[in-house]
Ligand binder design. Structure first.
Ligand code: NAD
Length: 349
C-alpha cells in the first residue's frame, strides 16, 4: 500500500520513564517474554492469568517461576523488595471480583492485554469458549481500563483476521470482515470493541496483529514447537497440505520489541501488524529445522485443514512508521536459537 495511507497519522513519541503495567496472560508464551522484558527495564509488572489447561500447565508455572526469579534479581540490584516490582494473580479476566481487586489495589495505567484462547483449529471445536475468553474477556479489560482511567491499552490481535485475503502482503488498510474461523472472528471483535471504547470514551487502544510467533518457550500446540521437537526425537511430523503454505514466522524477540514500543506510545486508536515482513514456506521451515537439529525429518503428508489460510505475509510499514519497529531476527537465526533452546531445556528430546 502507498505510504499516504498513514501520512496523516501523527506519530506519537515514546513515553519515557517508569510504568506500572498490567500484563494479562503473562504465564503464556508471549506474555511471559513481555513481562520479563518489562521487569528487566525497571517497570513494575502485575500479572493475571487463569492458568487454564489449553496446554500443559507446568509450562505456564515454569514461566511464572522464571518471572519470580527475574524479579528477585532485578529487585536486588535496585535495592527493592521483589514484591514491589512483580505481583502475580491467578484468575479469569472475566471474574469481576478478582479483576476489580487487582485494579483497586494496583491502579495500573498501562495495560497489555495478551490473555486469550489461542489456536485456530480448537476454536472450530469449541467456539463459545473462545468467545467468552476473547470477546467478553477483551471487553471486560476495556471496561476496567476505562473505569480506572488507563493511559494506554495494547491488545493482541492476530494475522488470522486476514482470512483468505489474496493480497501478497497483508495491510491494515484491507477489509477484514470475513474471518474464516471462530478464533479469527473473536480477534476481529476485539479490534472492533476497542474502536467503540476509543470513540465513546476516548480510551487509547492499539491492536497488534501478531503473525505466527516462535522462539524459546513457544507454544506446544503450534507448528514450530511440534516440528522442532519431532525432528529432535525422530518422531513422525504430520505436514498438512503440500508444504507450500507459508507463514510470516516472527521471532519472539521482535514481537516483544514491538509490543513494548506500542505500550510506550499511546495512540488514540490503531491496528498495527507485527510480523517479520515476509513468509517462509512450511517445507523451507522444516528444512531449516533439519539443518540446525542435524537430522532428517520423518514427514507424513496430511490433507490441508479447514480454517487454515494458504499464506500470511505481513506488511510492516505501518509498524515501522508509527512504532519505529523493524524485524531484526532472520528466519534462519530464529530457528537456530529456538533449536538451541530445545536442546538446553529438554533432556528427553
Ligand atoms: P498462550 O496461550 O501461551 O498465552 C495466553 C495466556 O492467556 C495463557 O497463559 C492463558 O492461560 C491465559 N488466558 C487465557 N484465557 C484467559 C482468561 N480468561 N483469563 C486469564 N488468563 C487467560 O498464547 P500466546 O501465544 O502467548 O498468545 C498471546 C496472545 O497473542 C493471545 O491473545 C493470542 O491470541 C495472540 N496471538 C498469538 C500468536 C502466536 O503466534 N503465538 C499469533 C497471533 C496472535
Amino acid at each position: 500500500p502507498s505510504p499516504h495511507l498513514w501520512s496523516d497519522i501523527q506519530v506519537v513519541p515514546p513515553h519515557a520513564g517508569h510504568k506500572k503495567v498490567l500484563v494479562t496472560g503473562a504465564a503464556g508464551f508471549i506474555g511471559s517474554h513481555v513481562a520479563e522484558a518489562l521487569l528487566e527495564r525497571g517497570d513494575e509488572v502485575i500479572v493475571v492469568d487463569d492458568m487454564n489447561d489449553y496446554y500443559d500447565v507446568r509450562i505456564k508455572e515454569g514461566n511464572l517461576a522464571m518471572l519470580r526469579e527475574k524479579a528477585k534479581k532485578v529487585a536486588q540490584q535496585a535495592g527493592k523488595a521483589h514484591e514491589d516490582i512483580l505481583s502475580i494473580y491467578r484468575g479469569d479476566i472475566n471474574n469481576e471480583t478478582i479483576m476489580r481487586s487487582i485494579f483497586d489495589r494496583h491502579k495500573p495505567r498501562w495495560i497489555c492485554h495478551l490473555a486469550a484462547r489461542a489456536g485456530v483449529r480448537p476454536s472450530i471445536e469449541d467456539p463459545l469458549l473462545y468467545a467468552k475468553a476473547n470477546v467478553l474477556g477483551t471487553m471486560s479489560m476495556l471496561e476496567y481500563s476505562r473505569e480506572y482511567n488507563a493511559t494506554n491499552v495494547v491488545i493482541s490481535s492476530s494475522s488470522s483476521v486476514y482470512g483468505e485475503s489474496e493480497s501478497t502482503y497483508f495491510s491494515e488498510a484491507e477489509d477484514v470482515n470475513e474471518p474464516v474461523s471462530p478464533y479469527a472472528a473473536t480477534k476481529r471483535s476485539g479490534e472492533l470493541i476497542s474502536f467503540t471504547y476509543h470513540k465513546l470514551y476516548g480510551l487509547k487502544t492499539t491492536n497488534l496483529r501478531f503473525f505466527t510467533v516462535y522462539g524459546p518457550r513457544c507454544r506446544p500446540d503450534m507448528a514450530p514447537y511440534k516440528f522442532i521437537s519431532q525432528v529432535i526425537r525422530g518422531d513422525v511430523i504430520e505436514q498438512y497440505g503440500d508444504g507450500t503454505t507459508s507463514r510470516d514466522y516472527t521471532y519472539i524477540e521482535d514481537v516483544v520489541d514491538g509490543v513494548i514500543r506500542a505500550i510506550d506510545r499511546p495512540y488514540p486508536y490503531e491496528i498495527i501488524n507485527l510480523g517479520k515482513g515476509s513468509g517462509t514456506m512450511l517445507k523451507e521451515f522444516i528444512s531449516l529445522v533439519e539443518k540446525h537439529v542435524g537430522k532428517k525429518a520423518n514427514i507424513k503428508f496430511m490433507p490441508a485443514q479447514p480454517g487454515d489460510v494458504p499464506f500470511t505475509n505481513a506488511d510492516i510499514s505501518k509498524a515501522n512508521k508509527l512504532l519505529g519497529y523493524s524485524s531484526k531476527v532472520p528466519i534462519e537465526e530464529g530457528v537456530r536459537r529456538t533449536v538451541a533452546w530445545f536442546k538446553e531445556s529438554f533432556d528427553e528430546v
